[in-house]
Design a protein around this ligand. Structure first.
Ligand code: ADP
Length: 553
């Protein structure tokens, strides 16, 4: 049997009203209940008291005329379909009423039973479809808002706050809770809630895994209970009874196949969650799960970064303390050995002197290494920024050169090439000296025979100077070029390598060069020698030029 349709007819003309009533009565198989009123005010009062399925509305009533009539009715009952009744001369107005939200119009005097029923049914269906579209639009908008809000932050608390706040706007009838699985404790912990007494909710004896959400968590599927207070599957109904929570919908929060927790909805009145509602809330849960997972990932990354930073700090402190402690006894060893070697404590024969010389040499190497480590750790701790002051570059290079005027035990000659009119720099000479000494010492160390050339020139822009240290030594494989500037990295790091050193020199050089606002580049060929080029601004703080033909760091 067709369902009963309750019609409110608002018509002040008794003749028209009678015709409509008769037209409806003709249709034997349709079930209508018609209520007739003559004024809009009365109609609004009836609508307030009673539920109708449709309203047939005349547009010229004693207390309302034209489109306002439609607007008033809609203002009071937005869900109600409206069929407008007009005279022949008023079809324009009726068309406008459709644009304002009425579902259909009928021209009075031209209505038979079939037409009327068809119009009523059509209006009801059309209104239902329109409402559905509106509802879907609202939901889509809400999903988009939730998405936008949750991707704008990675903080879990904020993500959940936004989520619950939006749900509250969308489903004002519900209380919502979020539980998340804690991998460490193995428990589904209460994290956030809305419209539930939070302290009590969190204090509930949930730890035994007795809550309804555990069922959702374990089954990883949607779970619905019409009444959690009486459902035999619910083991702890007291909490729900105390808080008047009745129907339940639990959704698993799953992202990338991993179950993260459970999103729960409770209603205060018995509520049947429709398929459509479940589908919408599932979409929402999926979206929330992605946001939750992202923020959890972020938390993990942050925690491990903090842990790494902490470990680094400890390592640096350890290295710093250790180097310091090692330096003192080494200096003592060096002092005493030199005293013995120089015969200050009695004569030593030439054999003994040679051995002692080796001890002194190795101890010095060890000291250099330890000083390097100390320098790196203090450099990293302080993140040193260079302090510049003016000095004459020619005098600086002359001075540096004089430090190398000693006979070498290798077949390597050292050449200096720089013009006499180099500019005055405003930079840090101590750092520059360290940089060049390191490069020169490396060049000598890694060259068995041939030459090492140190050169300097002022660049065409007159704002930068360039230094080059070129050797004819063993060269560096291309793939190792960027690596040699890293801490403790060497081309040959084997136990049996033929060159001393710890691999800190170039790291310090790179840091110091950067500190001077400059850059360092290397060109090299295995067996064909290496050229290190350092470019620094004449005044600290001026940006370095960019030219990217060779490997630069
Ligand atoms: P160390 O010299 O103490 O090993 P460095 O940081 O100064 O450490 O250099 C790192 C590595 O780069 C060296 O071990 C070596 O393999 C390579 N290297 C540096 N300079 C040269 C050079 N002039 N010729 C060949 N290899 C070099």
């Amino acid at each position: 049997m067709n369902p009963l349709i309750k019609v409110l007819l608002v018509e002040d003309n008794p003749g028209d009203a009678r015709l409509l009533r008769e037209a409806l009565a003709e249709m034997a198989d349709a079930r209508f209940e018609l209520t007739h009123v003559e004024r809009l005010s009365e109609a609004l009062r009836r609508l307030d008291e009673e539920r109708f399925d449709i309203i047939l509305l005349d547009l010229s009533l004693p207390d309302a005329k034209g489109l306002d009539t439609v607007v008033w009715v809609q203002g009071q009952v937005s869900h109600l379909p409206i069929v407008v009744l007009t005279g022949l001369e008023n079809e324009e107005l009726a068309a406008e009423a459709l644009r304002r939200g009425a579902q259909d119009y009928l021209v009075k005097g031209k209505v038979d039973g079939n037409l009327l029923i068809r119009s009523i049914r059509y209006a009801i269906e059309r209104k239902r479809a329109e409402d559905q579209i509106q509802k879907n639009l609202r939901r889509l908008r809400a999903l988009r808002e939730i998405e936008r809000a949750t991707i704008s932050t990675l903080d879990l608390r904020t993500v959940l706050d936004v989520l619950l706040q939006k749900i509250d706007l969308l489903l004002p009838y519900s209380a919502t809770t979020v539980r998340l699985y804690n991998k460490t404790t193995g428990l589904l912990e209460p994290i956030a809630c809305r419209n539930v007494e939070e302290d009590e909710w969190k204090a509930e004896p949930w730890k035994g895994g007795r809550g309804v959400p555990n069922v959702v968590f374990e089954s990883k599927t949607v779970w619905i209970a019409k009444n959690v207070q009486t459902d035999p599957r619910v083991r702890d109904p007291d909490f729900f009874k105390r808080h008047g929570l009745v129907s339940y919908l639990g959704l698993p929060l799953i992202a990338k196949n991993e179950i993260l927790g459970v999103l729960s909805f409770y209603t205060k009145q018995e509520h049947s969650f429709s398929d459509e509602e479940v589908e919408f809330l599932s979409t929402l849960a999926d979206q929330a799960a992605v946001a939750i997972q992202n923020s959890q990932f972020y938390e993990q990354v942050r925690a491990s970064r903090d842990a790494m930073e902490q470990a680094n700090k400890i390592k640096e402190e350890f290295l710093s303390v250790m180097s310091h402690e090692l330096r003192t006894p080494l200096n003592a060893i060096l002092g005493y050995t030199e005293m013995v070697k120089d015969g200050l404590q009695g004569p030593v024969n030439s054999e003994q002197e040679k051995s002692l010389e080796k001890v002194v040499l190795r101890t010095r190497e060890l000291l250099t290494m330890i000083n390097g480590i100390l320098q790196v750790t203090s450099m990293e701790a302080l993140r040193l920024k260079a302090q510049g002051y003016p000095f004459n570059l020619n005098e600086f290079l002359d001075d540096l050169r004089s430090g190398y005027e000693f006979p070498s035990d290798k077949d390597v000659t050292l050449h200096w090439e720089y013009p006499a009119d180099l500019p005055v720099l405003e930079s840090d000479p101590e750092k520059l000296k360290h940089i060049l000494q390191n490069l020169i010492n490396n060049a000598i160390k890694f060259t068995q025979r041939g030459r090492v050339t140190v050169s300097a020139r002022s660049l065409a822009d007159l704002r930068h100077v360039e230094f080059q240290v070129a050797d004819t030594g063993i060269g560096i494989p291309r793939e190792m070029m960027p690596i040699i500037f890293e801490k403790f990295r060497q081309v040959d790091s084997s136990e049996t390598r033929s060159y001393g050193g710890v691999g800190l020199g170039l790291y310090i050089v790179k840091q110091f060069t950067a500190g001077l606002g400059g850059r360092i580049e290397v060109e090299s060929a295995v067996g064909g020698g290496s050229t290190f080029t350092v470019t620094i601004p004449q005044m600290v703080g001026v940006k370095q030029p960019s030219n990217g033909s060779s490997v630069s760091v």
